[in-house]
Design a protein around this ligand. Structure first.
Ligand code: NAP
Length: 264
């Protein structure tokens, strides 16, 4: 039919062979699971976060399962000069970046939004929102503007509706969702930009939630599946959005929360 192009040969929807992926916050948790699933599906994956030793251990874990697929390069997501070196490092080694997963985030403050210090606000925004924009801009300029690609931003259900104690973080994640939609609109011809919005996932980051019986009970009471998620379940959604299986999905926010519904 005119105007409809068959872009995805059957059987290879999730095959990422020959593609280069950059994943931030990849030394553990959701980012580690994302790096692993992308490597498992054939991509060369550059893992980034602040601590080189942790990255090397995670890359080694992935390489021991899938061959030489993982490369560690440390960078602080809140420091533009680090991000420049990161992108330079990936380009020197692989000459392109086909998939960018902006997953690194921080949450230095827990409490009412109105009581937050500006320093905590700035730190959260620097990493969670400015860092996502800065890295996206660098990757676009270095590779995606010419070669195209897919970007997946890790947001949160907290970016879609308010929750207790995580107000500053939630505002950054709402920003990530709007950044995703805006860039999808602007770059959609060449680069697809989507987001995932996880509910409570069992990682170190969320231990204050799932490690607190009162909060955990509240979370589980609202969740039809009666459990919190694990990093691999978010990683599978990222694989979908990064792959040709999602070739006509652009500007979307895929909620991965077990149907959790309400607020934390
Ligand atoms: N777990 C949840 O319930 C949940 C729910 C919704 C959304 N999320 C989102 O999922 C993403 C991953 O979180 P997670 O739960 O997997 O956390 P995690 O297990 O604590 O992992 C966080 C990762 O980010 C890195 N990181 C932290 N600060 C960084 C910085 N300034 N620059 C670069 N890397 C940094 C950490 O390594 P270093 O410390 O070495 O830098 C680590 O690799 C985040 O965007 C988070 O907001 C999580």
């Amino acid at each position: 039919m005119a105007g409809i192009v068959s872009v995805v040969p059957a059987g290879s929807l999730f095959d990422l062979s020959g593609r280069v992926a950059l994943v931030t916050g990849a030394s553990r948790g959701i980012g580690g699971a994302i790096a692993e699933i992308l490597a498992e599906h054939g991509a060369q994956v550059v893992l980034s976060s602040r601590k080189q030793a942790d990255l090397e251990a995670e890359a080694e874990r992935i390489n021991s399962k899938y061959g030489e697929k993982a490369t560690p390069i440390a960078a602080h997501a809140g420091r533009p000069e680090d991000l420049e070196k990161l992108v330079q490092g990936v380009m020197e080694r692989f000459s392109r970046i086909d998939i960018l997963v902006n997953n690194a985030a921080t949450n230095p403050y827990f409490g009412p939004l109105i009581a937050a210090e500006l320093a905590a606000w700035d730190k959260t925004f620097e990493v969670n929102l400015r860092g996502v924009f800065a890295l996206t801009k660098l990757v676009y300029g270095a590779s995606m503007e010419t070669h195209g690609g897919a970007i997946v931003n890790v947001a949160s259900i907290g970016g879609l509706r308010p929750g207790i104690g995580l107000g500053v973080y939630n505002v950054t994640k709402a920003g990530v969702i709007m950044l995703t939609r805006q860039l999808a609109r602007e770059l959609g011809g060449k680069v697809r930009v989507n987001a995932v919005a996880p509910g409570v996932i069992k990682t170190r980051f969320a231990e204050a939630l799932w490690g607190n019986p009162e909060i955990l009970d509240r979370v589980l009471a609202q969740n039809p599946m009666g459990r919190i998620g694990v990093p691999e379940e978010v990683a599978a959604a990222v694989l979908f959005l990064a792959s040709d299986a999602a070739s006509y999905v652009n500007g979307e926010v895929l909620v991965v929360d077990g149907g959790g519904g309400g607020e934390i």
